[in-house]
Design a protein around this ligand. Structure first.
Ligand code: ATP
Length: 296
């Protein structure tokens, strides 16, 4: 029986600038998405209906019913293509859940790519991306991987070049943070401030293009960090530990609670991961590289 497999990476935000709330309730964003080498796998085979079975270390934290983003994605694609086909999906989850790593969005993108192939649709990228945007702000980037500037809600993408592979450590935390709750806290914290239009500094794109890790380290920034720290003060200990252990820089990833640390090279990232894991300030620490590609 034909089985199609998509391998989809986690994402981190090297820069996340959160603007004012729009009339549709979303925040205007300017961000740099960067896919890293931690992958979920989505496999699809023909079936009458769309169902999902979840395996792997984070299966217990992932819904296996129709609220699973992979199921929602496959159904949205079938509707868009006016198909009655179904698919039995298997999601192998290595990306922690509700961690600020967009694992759910990765699975949605994986299901779109796998079902597009399984059902022989061969939809152009722009149409898949339109279905993806209807599923969530991070899903269009999850279809492409690599590194990209995201604007709007994050769904308008412009790929950006990266001059050399980058080495990161992801420090995960026990228990997730709800993305809407983190945004609500940010709105509370900024209620008496004027919020400027979001922007990605040109210096950051220049540092990425030239592979200058020292310049990049000084420019990593996340507007949501303040809110994530307010909700989970212990993340301050994780960030301090990483810096004391020699990270070039550390920030909260997306809406958290995962913290990301930039290392000078692969050896330093390996040593940093060991040190962070032993520090008692995180649940696990994993050395990864970026930019990572989507595999089908
Ligand atoms: P983002 O940064 O994109 O908001 P996140 O990385 O913080 O997301 P996810 O791991 O994508 O968080 O999970 C967000 C929520 O989506 C979880 O509460 C989870 O219950 C739900 N969810 C639905 N389907 C999935 C899936 N396939 N994998 C992970 N979470 C899923």
């Amino acid at each position: 029986m034909l089985q199609v497999i998509a391998r989809v990476p986690a994402k981190i935000n090297l820069m996340l600038s959160v603007g004012p709330v729009r009339s549709d309730g979303f925040h205007e964003l300017a961000t740099v998405f960067h896919a890293v080498s931690l992958y979920d796998e989505v496999a699809a085979v023909h079936a009458d209906a769309v169902t999902v079975h979840v395996t792997g270390p984070y299966a217990g934290h992932t819904p296996a019913d129709e609220s699973n983003l992979a199921v929602r994605a496959a159904r949205a694609l079938a509707r868009r293509a006016r198909l009655r086909s179904g698919a039995q999906l298997r999601v192998h989850k290595e990306i922690p859940v509700a961690a600020g790593l967009a694992g759910g969005s990765a699975d949605a993108a994986g299901a779109l790519l796998a079902c597009d192939r399984l059902w022989g649709l061969k939809l152009p990228e722009s149409r898949l991306s339109a279905v993806a945007a209807g599923l969530g702000s991070d899903v269009p980037f999850a279809l492409t991987g690599g590194t990209a500037v995201g604007t709007g809600r994050g769904e308008r993408l412009r790929p950006v070049p990266v001059g050399a592979p980058l080495h990161w450590v992801l420090a995960t935390a026990d228990g997730g943070l709800s993305t809407p709750e983190v945004y609500r806290r940010l709105d509370d914290l900024r209620s008496d401030r004027k919020v400027p239009a979001p922007a990605v500094p040109g210096e950051l794109l220049a540092a990425l293009a030239s592979g200058d890790v020292d310049a990049l380290a000084a420019l990593l920034h996340n507007d949501l960090q303040e809110a994530a720290l307010a909700l989970r003060p212990a993340l301050g200990d994780t960030l301090r530990a990483g810096r004391e252990l020699g990270a070039l820089a550390g920030i909260v990833s997306g809406s958290g609670p995962t913290c990301i640390f930039l290392a000078r090279d692969g050896m330093s990232a390996g040593a940093l991961a060991v040190g962070l894991a032993a520090s008692g300030t995180c649940a696990s620490a994993l050395a990864v590289t970026g930019p990572a590609a989507v595999g089908t």
